[in-house]
Design a binder for this molecule. Structure first.
Ligand SMILES: CC(C)(COP(=O)(O)OP(=O)(O)OC[C@H]1O[C@@H](n2cnc3c(N)ncnc32)[C@H](O)[C@@H]1OP(=O)(O)O)[C@@H](O)C(=O)NCCC(=O)NCCS
Length: 196
């Protein structure tokens, strides 16, 4: 399993697949997305995230499609990075057939290792629609707790959204075993890129 910070060319190469994942009716509802996203919208989203200082990743899993090595299974990012201290996490295991098999949890641990250990953030926030049971469970397992302080509520897209946050020490404690299996490496080609 690998999460890579893609070059623009790598985003373009998988944009059709990503658009399919984003536009799946269930995924769209869980992520509270508005309209359908075109392939160009997807490419623009990645460009916008980068321009805002966010760190978007593609999630790839060897053998996920039965044949290919490193098939795309979803994406994740750390966004709204403020003062080098806090950020917001988002994740999607886009292939519906692969949801509920532990991939989300494993990729989320990798992304948080990057956020806390490489970016040096102290606290990460999430905002979730109340009936997103798999997200709630996943974040709870990572060590997240409900957070209704104004700085946490600022991440809610809708007033009914639940807001949670996780600090670095709590994550390190909760995921001590899982973290022993993660490697973070610089990628040898252009672009700010690391690979948990
Ligand atoms: C949310 C998401 C990333 C979780 O990833 P996943 O691979 O499906 O989840 P995992 O298999 O790692 O499961 C994590 C935990 O949630 C539980 N879970 C999974 N699906 C569940 C469901 N439908 N209802 C309740 N719990 C569920 C798992 O059992 C596991 O808990 P456990 O270890 O105690 O058994 C993924 O389902 C997804 O991308 N969904 C659509 C987009 C989305 O909701 N993104 C997040 C927006 S905040």
């Amino acid at each position: 399993m690998e999460a890579i910070e893609p070059t623009p060319q790598e985003v373009e190469a998988v944009a059709v697949g990503l658009a399919g994942y984003y536009n799946d009716p269930y995924n769209r509802r869980m992520m509270a997305h508005g309209g359908e996203l075109s392939v160009d919208d997807v490419v623009s989203c990645y460009g916008d995230l980068r321009a805002q200082g966010a760190r978007p990743f593609l999630l790839r899993c060897a053998g996920a499609d039965g044949e290919a090595r490193g098939a795309l299974v979803g994406d994740a990012d750390i966004r709204h990075i403020a003062g080098g201290e806090t950020g917001e996490f988002a994740i999607m295991i886009g292939n519906r057939d692969l949801q509920g098999r532990g991939l989300g949890m494993r990729f989320a641990v990798m992304m948080h290792a990057f956020a806390f250990r490489r970016l040096g953030l102290r606290r990460v926030h999430v905002s979730i629609i109340p009936d997103n049971a798999s997200s709630l469970r996943l974040f709870e397992k990572l060590g997240y707790e409900r957070d209704d302080r104004p700085e946490a509520r600022a991440f809610a897209d809708d007033q009914t959204d639940l807001t949670m946050s996780l600090d670095c020490d709590r994550f390190e404690l909760a995921m001590a075993q899982e973290l022993t299996e993660i490697q973070i490496r610089e990628r040898p080609h252009p672009g700010p890129a690391s690979r948990p």
